[in-house]
Design a protein around this ligand. Sequence first.
Ligand SMILES: [Zn+2]
Ligand SMILES: [Zn+2]
Length: 190
Amino acid sequence: MRTILRRCSKCHTVKKLKFFPIKVIGTGRTGYCLKCQKAARSRYFKKYKKSLDRVYGRNAVKYLRDSAKLRKIKFSLNHNMLKKWWESTPDVCYYCGFDIHKYRRLRNKILAHTANNRGINKFKNILMLDSVDRMTIDRKSSNCGYKIENIVKCCWICNCVKGTFLSSADMKKVAPGIMKRLISRLGGIY
Ligand SMILES: [Zn+2]
Ligand SMILES: [Zn+2]
């Protein structure tokens, strides 16, 4: 069997295809090798201390504002608004309906998965880069900025699947099915 090789578009090293993570959205594999992706991630998290970008935390507002500015997204939250919202919103994914405990069980089962199943491994790859432990913040409408009416809590898996490609209504429709298939591939999560 011929070994398929690819050149990493970051470090320019030629490596076997298996060192390039499968894309979560779309088909094929990423252009950066896993090592470069991990390095980029850790630089990023060092800068923002843990994954405060997607969770409510001390620097969350600053991070969200900076990243909104970069992407030219309107930002109208302050620390107290976000804190109040985060604390009064149940830790339940708006899309798949999983609570934080069920999300963690699923995440742990994915991370413990060792067989070569593409449908599971694309999620394992993103969780290996960052095994997010809390609910994340998503904007329901990508055309609309960061304001209380436009943000929801969602699990990291749904956040990655949705990206900026799916509308919130579409994601809400497909998320339960995606989770059901994933859990059945894993042979259950209990
Ligand atoms: Zn590389
Ligand atoms: Zn979810």
